[in-house]
Design a protein around this ligand. Structure first.
Ligand code: NAD
Length: 486
């Protein structure tokens, strides 16, 4: 195994980052590129021993980091953001090679947002406050105490964006971190370790272990020294993590899957609705928030479908490094099998493909729209996590809301309507952590983010992130400062 590989001209260390040192495991796993299935390199494959070493390093570094002033923590987070901005182009090409998402999105949208994750939580930390209050002359003071070593486990669909959305608030809160990125896209996390070290983050404050969740997950999530676990990924993994964390009642934040609806009412601007609908093929459909179920009012369904099919037909699918590409590959041959399995079972059950419905060469799946699908069918109820959407119709507002809410998920919902009163009525009844009206994917880090039902537990974002990563403490002081017998 070589310690460093070159990816798109960028040197990437393939080892873990533990206590300020690069550490290798005896074994490796192979990282492949979804663009062409080629091998990118061999990556250190952690055993429970490296997981334990990373937690020990985070534990050792915790007291000093927790005692570091807010101003200094904020300064270091801004220094990391500077490093991300300086290496933006490198991060973009490495991420695209590793997970197949569009290079143009990484350059213009994703990597600037990665830097923003650090700047936002640095700035929020400096204004984090609660007004003191009195109880019969006694002063109450609420403080956000750092909670301890935090294990952060992330998926492959937006690797660095989702990792830093956790790393930044955890570090800002004064916690030390063990980051475990997904094994299908491990590379940019390693670059982040380099950037953090260059920024001057003390050794052990941020640690990185690479490898399979099935092999080191338990070692990370059942450890008594871990005081927070934040996980983004699938529901089955979340269940395993929750069971493992139960031993120490470690507080959990779970950001999970979705089967979100797009409701299109007859009074909507249909061009806008179609634009919102086609956007759901972004990242080859590998977006947790994607509105994968179109619910369209009967009277406009035919026209909506006609315009959607036409617009979807104009999408360019291909190499994600090409500026002209709209839809890239899917992450892994196993994911492709999974996607195709969903589509073929749906078709066997009577669904009709209005668009796509089949694999293409390599790791590409044709953008697909299925109709004639039953509400209780697998394709309507289960998350596919690929470019596969369904179309159903409704007759009344009540029916639209009923269908929208009728899955086990509750991550997001999008409503297209020209009637503000209807928007108010419908959004009030939708079960979802985020609802968009006549827009999609507008995200602000001040907002709470998370899912209802099987889409998650807890909320992160703004002060909700600090509420999660900190131990909130209320200190009550007697009127004269030392006695409560005043
Ligand atoms: P996954 O659950 O298979 O894996 C996620 C991470 O968990 C990986 O790092 C994996 O190695 C790790 N893991 C696996 N088994 C583990 C175990 N036993 N203990 C600890 N960690 C373990 O999910 P995925 O396929 O990588 O990601 C896709 C899923 O993530 C989809 O369901 C998607 O909707 C969801 N997602 C949710 C959000 C959100 O914010 N709600 C964002 C992106 C993705």
């Amino acid at each position: 195994m070589t310690d460093k590989i070159t990816v798109g001209g960028v040197a990437v260390d393939t080892r873990h980052w533990i206590g300020g040192e690069r550490v290798a495991s005896p074994d490796t796993f192979t990282d492949i590129s979804p663009i062409d299935g080629s091998t990118i390199g061999e990556i250190s494959r952690a055993t429970p021993a490296e997981a334990a070493a990373a937690i020990a390093a985070a534990k050792a570094a915790f007291p000093a980091w927790a005692a570091t002033s807010r101003a200094e923590r904020a300064r270091l987070l801004h220094a990391i953001a500077d490093g991300v901005e300086k290496r933006l182009e490198e991060l973009a090409i490495v991420e695209t090679t590793d997970n197949g998402a569009l290079l143009r999105s990484h350059r213009r949208g994703v990597m600037p947002r990665v830097a923003h994750n650090f700047r936002f939580f640095a700035d929020w930390l400096l204004k984090l406050d609660h007004e003191d209050f009195e109880t019969r002359g006694h002063g109450n003071h609420v403080s956000w105490d750092p909670a301890g070593p935090s294990v952060l486990i992330t998926p492959w669909n937006a690797p660095l964006l989702l990792a830093t959305w956790k790393v930044a608030p955890a570090l800002a809160a004064g916690n030390t971190v063990v980051l475990k990125p997904a094994e299908w896209s491990p590379l940019t996390a390693s670059l982040l370790a380099d950037i953090a070290a260059e920024a001057g983050l003390p050794a052990g404050v941020l640690n990185l272990v690479q490898g399979y969740g099935s092999e080191i997950g338990d070692a990370l999530t059942s450890h008594p020294d871990v005081r927070r676990i934040s996980f983004t990924g699938s529901v089955p993994t979340a269940r395993r993590i929750a069971a493992s964390a139960a031993a120490n009642l470690t507080p959990l934040s779970l950001e999970l899957g979705g089967k979100s609806p797009l409701l299109v009412f007859a009074d909507a601007d249909l061009d806008l609705a179609v634009d919102l609908a086609v956007e759901q093929y972004d990242n080859a459909g590998q977006v947790c928030l994607a509105a994968t179920r179109f619910l369209v009012e009967e009277s406009v369904a035919e026209e909506f479908t006609r315009r959607f099919v036409e617009k979807a037909g104009q999408l360019t699918q291909g190499d994600p490094r090409d500026e002209a590409t709209d839809v890239g590959p899917n992450i892994h041959p196993r994911q492709l099998e999974k996607i195709d399995g969903f589509v073929q079972r749906a078709v066997a059950a009577g669904a009709r493909a209005l668009v796509g419905g089949h694999r293409k060469d390599g790791q590409y799946y044709a953008p697909t729209l299925l109709t004639d699908v039953a509400q209780d069918s697998e394709i309507v109820q289960e998350e596919v996590f690929g470019p596969v959407l369904t179309l159903q119709t409704f007759a009344t507002e009540d029916e639209a809301v009923r269908l929208a809410n009728d899955t086990r998920f509750g991550l997001a919902a999008t409503v297209a309507t020209g009637d503000p009163e209807r928007a108010r009525r419908v959004t009030a009844r939708l079960v979802a952590g985020t609802v968009w009206v006549n827009c999609f994917f507008v995200r602000d880090l001040r907002a709470p983010f998370g899912g209802s039902r099987l889409s998650g537990v807890g909320r992160e974002g703004g002060s909700w992130s600090f509420d999660f990563y900190c131990d909130l403490k209320n200190t009550v002081t007697a009127p004269n400062g030392w006695s409560n017998h005043g």
